[in-house]
Design a protein around this ligand. Sequence first.
Ligand SMILES: Nc1nc2c(ncn2[C@@H]2O[C@H](COP(=O)(O)OP(=O)(O)OP(=O)(O)O)[C@@H](O)[C@H]2O)c(=O)[nH]1
Ligand SMILES: [Mg+2]
Length: 71
Amino acid sequence: MLYLTESTTCNILLIGKTGTGKSSFANYLFDTDIFTTGSGEPVTGWKDNFQYHHFYISDIVINVFDSVGLL
Ligand SMILES: Nc1nc2c(ncn2[C@@H]2O[C@H](COP(=O)(O)OP(=O)(O)OP(=O)(O)O)[C@@H](O)[C@H]2O)c(=O)[nH]1
Ligand SMILES: [Mg+2]
């Protein structure tokens, strides 16, 4: 059984083909637009847009990692 403690961290990595809504889903989780989205050409790149942010549920840290789309 998993007991959630004060030091628990949950890491969420969003992976998938390009243009399938990974960054949009990340924005939905944060209810904001901090992750860059778009259509057409691949948007999230290794240098500029590959990023992660975190939020809390009670004392649990939720890290959300956006990723570069698979072609
Ligand atoms: N219809 C529809 N469109 C969506 C949905 N989620 C995202 N989109 C659109 O799909 C396009 C691509 O969304 P992104 O979130 O940038 O996709 P991504 O997977 O991060 O793409 P890459 O960063 O290139 O890998 C955008 O035009 C979004 O508005 C959805 O649930 N439904
Ligand atoms: Mg993206």
